[in-house]
Design a protein around this ligand. Structure first.
Ligand SMILES: [Zn+2]
Ligand SMILES: [Zn+2]
Length: 222
């Protein structure tokens, strides 16, 4: 086993808050430059850039974990990490069927779907920044149904976090972890500036799950 450097909370140009130059290809290249071994692509309420990122990553020898940052009905951000693109797209189907509204790019920013060659495939016109109609319990339940891991995003932030919205961590929810963020002005934009080291056997979801539980000698090194 060895230490793998991971950033499990990355947004691409599909997220309204992220820079347009954060294409799936650029994310992989920047992550390599920063010495990361594992990155989870977690766009707001969407996984449409995950496939492109995985295809670039496979060629470049870095692991992209397919994910999403889901905004629950209570406006709590939850990171959902999956084994494969198929599960992430299943989750996306559920999220889309409970997401209302149309994006207003002039207010929230463009939501670009790009392919692995860095070409624009299209613009997502859903209101990805919005809250879904799914409760925290429903989101967490569905992530686990799909075999995914569930991490409460930036719980130390004053907005869109479990603590800011509910004031406490409900004892009956099954989280695999919580994310503590470092102070910053905007939503997570800098790849590799904050990373977590996982002491695991291989860069995959199962190993990350074991490390989060501290099982079989796997651990989160901090
Ligand atoms: Zn967030
Ligand atoms: Zn985020």
């Amino acid at each position: 086993m060895k230490a793998f450097r991971a950033d499990l909370h990355i947004h691409s140009c599909l997220s309204p808050c992220a820079d347009l130059d954060m294409s799936p290809k650029a994310i992989v290249e920047k992550s390599l430059e920063e010495g990361l071994d594992i990155v989870a692509l977690c766009d707001h309420n969407s996984a449409e850039n995950v496939g492109a990122a995985i295809r670039v990553a496979t060629k470049r020898g870095i692991t992209v974990i397919p994910g999403m940052e889901i905004n629950t009905k209570e406006e709590v951000h939850i990171l959902a990490l999956f084994e494969g693109e198929a599960q992430a797209l299943d989750m996306q189907r559920t999220v889309y069927s409970h997401l209302q509204g149309t994006n207003r790019p002039e207010l929230f920013g463009d939501q670009v779907v790009a392919n692995e060659l860095d070409e624009v495939e299209g613009f997502n016109d859903r209101l990805l920044i919005g809250a879904t109609g799914l409760t925290l319990q429903e989101v967490i339940g569905e992530i686990h149904n799909l075999g995914g891991l569930c991490i409460a995003s930036h719980i130390d932030r004053p907005s869109y976090s479990l603590l800011s919205q509910l004031g406490f961590v409900p004892p009956d929810i099954k989280l695999n972890g919580v994310e503590i963020s470092r102070p910053m002005q905007r939503e997570e934009i800098d790849i590799g500036k904050a990373f977590t080291s996982f002491f695991i056997e291989a860069p995959n979801l199962k190993e990350l799950g074991l490390a989060l539980e501290g099982k079989d000698d796997r651990k989160v090194l901090g």
